[in-house]
Design a binder for this molecule. Structure first.
Ligand SMILES: Cc1cc2nc3c(=O)[nH]c(=O)nc-3n(C[C@H](O)[C@H](O)[C@H](O)COP(=O)(O)OP(=O)(O)OC[C@H]3O[C@@H](n4cnc5c(N)ncnc54)[C@H](O)[C@@H]3O)c2cc1C
Length: 448
């Protein structure tokens, strides 16, 4: 292989290799390599190791933590040409793919063989399955299927010295010592470049039953979720809450009317699905009638057609429009126990409205996964710093995390001690030193 064949050199580098969705401004890399095979990745890494070059690893550039944004003179390795679906075992429900396949490609390949790939998120058309693994992506189905960590059976990765670690196991259970998968899932390209994966597939879901409900106070939402979990069990597959301000802006930007007109503090998009051929409409309706009687919700709209359901999701998935409208925004994906969320939001919202009255501050999240998103904007650099201070400051002592699904990247590393103990940080540093002593891969991400 000739590494020169897969490079674009500065100044001919397209802007799309310079930025992700974080808004972070990086530098001009010296070259962008777009390999098509693991051997090509290995050759580029070996050359960089010999020349003492830093490497930025890139997937689909939909990250919001700045992890894939290059620094000046970096060598970029972008996986977009490694996008082959290599094999689908349609009997066992296992897929083998190259890391640059988009999430949507993976989902469609699974459907084509009568299976479901369960991780799903709004950036599905652009994000890579390797990027999803590197960030341990969550998305809208975690409540039922878990995060990427639960859907990856095996990984192949290239280490900073060019060694290829092949751990492409297809086994659900494997108790033979350390599991190399977990060195690469969620470590954001700091320990290795994921080149191929084996993925666990699930049986297809039955028809989705969807509802949009309203609640007057956040404290009602954990009770509602408990009711739905008890009534629907594993059929519950989405519980997406949104503040009234988020829904109002989403509605304005998309032209999609909110399903319930009454003025309420909180909206929740709920979905349930049984097995193929089984309808969950009645079960969901009955569970919500109970919630209404118990005062956990104030209103409810059931989707009676696929178009209704899509209209509900159009509002929830208006994040790109919201981020563009609030440009430059600050985004957070913190996590904490359910019992802390209402107190946290009251404290943070009051502080933000007092100190940054000209910006909008919107809350939404995936309650079942302890995940709370905050979007604030537009913000200048000083405003951004202030929001960071308020949002992360209020998280201390609440048993939470500074990143539930987007990763640490360059933006959250200063706050990592809120989430991780000194012992955990020490283990992370030791692993980084052991596997990448020259700090070749993604320097300055997660840890300094
Ligand atoms: C509209 C929108 C909605 C989103 N919704 C969600 C959501 O619901 N849940 C969620 O979790 N995230 C969400 N995200 C964030 C983002 O899509 C995820 O973090 C996604 O997993 C990033 O994948 P990517 O391929 O774009 O990675 P990139 O942005 O390219 O990279 C992210 C990090 O992973 C590393 N990386 C990428 N590929 C590899 C590889 N092959 N090997 C090693 N390291 C690698 C990069 O170096 C970087 O540190 C959303 C983003 C947008 C824009």
């Amino acid at each position: 292989m000739n590494a020169v064949d897969v490079q674009v050199r500065a100044p001919d580098i397209d802007e799309r290799f310079l930025k992700d969705w974080s808004g972070l401004v990086g530098g001009m890399p010296s070259e962008v390599c777009r390999p098509t095979t693991t051997e090509q990745v290995q050759a580029i890494v070996r050359r960089c190791a010999a020349e003492g070059r830093s490497i930025t690893v890139q997937g689909g550039m939909t990250g919001v933590s700045g992890g894939a944004v290059p620094a000046t003179d970096d060598v970029v390795i972008n996986l977009e040409r490694m996008n082959r679906i290599e094999d689908v075992d349609a009997v066992e429900g296992v897929m083998q793919v190259q890391a640059g396949a988009t999430l949507q490609q993976v989902q469609e390949a699974a459907v084509g063989q009568g299976w479901l790939f369960a991780v799903d998120l709004g950036a599905r058309g652009s994000c890579h399955i390797g990027g999803n693994a590197a960030t341990n992506a969550g998305g809208v189905r975690v409540i039922r299927y878990g995060t990427m960590r639960d859907s990856v059976l095996g990984v192949e990765a290239v280490l900073a010295d060019g060694t290829v670690v092949s751990s492409l196991t297809r086994l659900v259970k494997n108790s033979t010592g350390m599991d190399p998968r977990f060195l690469f899932i969620g470590t954001e390209g700091t320990l290795g470049i994921i080149t191929r994966l084996t993925l666990r597939l699930h049986p297809p879901m039955g028809e989705l039953a969807a509802a949009w409900v309203s609640a007057k106070q956040f404290d009602d939402l954990p009770k509602l979720l408990r009711t739905l979990k008890r009534r629907l069990g594993p059929a519950l597959c989405a519980f997406e809450f949104m503040s009234d301000r988020f829904v109002a802006l989403a509605s304005q930007l998309t032209g999609q009317r909110a399903p319930l007109d009454e003025p309420v503090a909180w909206h929740v998009l709920i979905e349930a699905a049984g097995t193929k051929g089984q309808s969950m409409d009645d079960a969901l309706q009955e569970a919500l009638a109970d919630a209404l009687d118990a005062g956990e919700i104030t209103g409810c709209a059931l989707a009676t057609t696929g178009a209704h359901r899509e209209a509900f999701w159009r509002l929830r998935e208006s994040i790109p429009e919201v981020l563009t409208h609030l440009k430059p925004p600050a985004t957070f994906d913190i996590g904490m126990p359910w019992s802390e969320m209402a107190g946290y939001m009251n404290e943070v919202d009051a502080a933000l409205r007092e100190r940054l009255p000209n910006a909008q501050h919107l809350f939404l999240g995936h309650l079942g996964d302890n995940n709370l998103h905050l979007i604030s904007g537009p913000l200048d650099a000083q405003g951004h710093h202030l929001v960071d201070e308020i949002a992360y400051g209020a998280l201390r002592g609440r048993g939470g995390t500074v990143s539930a699904e987007h990763g640490v990247g360059r933006l959250k590393k200063a706050h990592l001690d809120i989430t991780r103990t000194p012992g955990e940080l020490d283990v992370m540093r030791r692993l980084k030193r052991a596997l990448d002593p020259a700090n070749t891969f993604n320097p300055g991400r997660i840890l300094d």
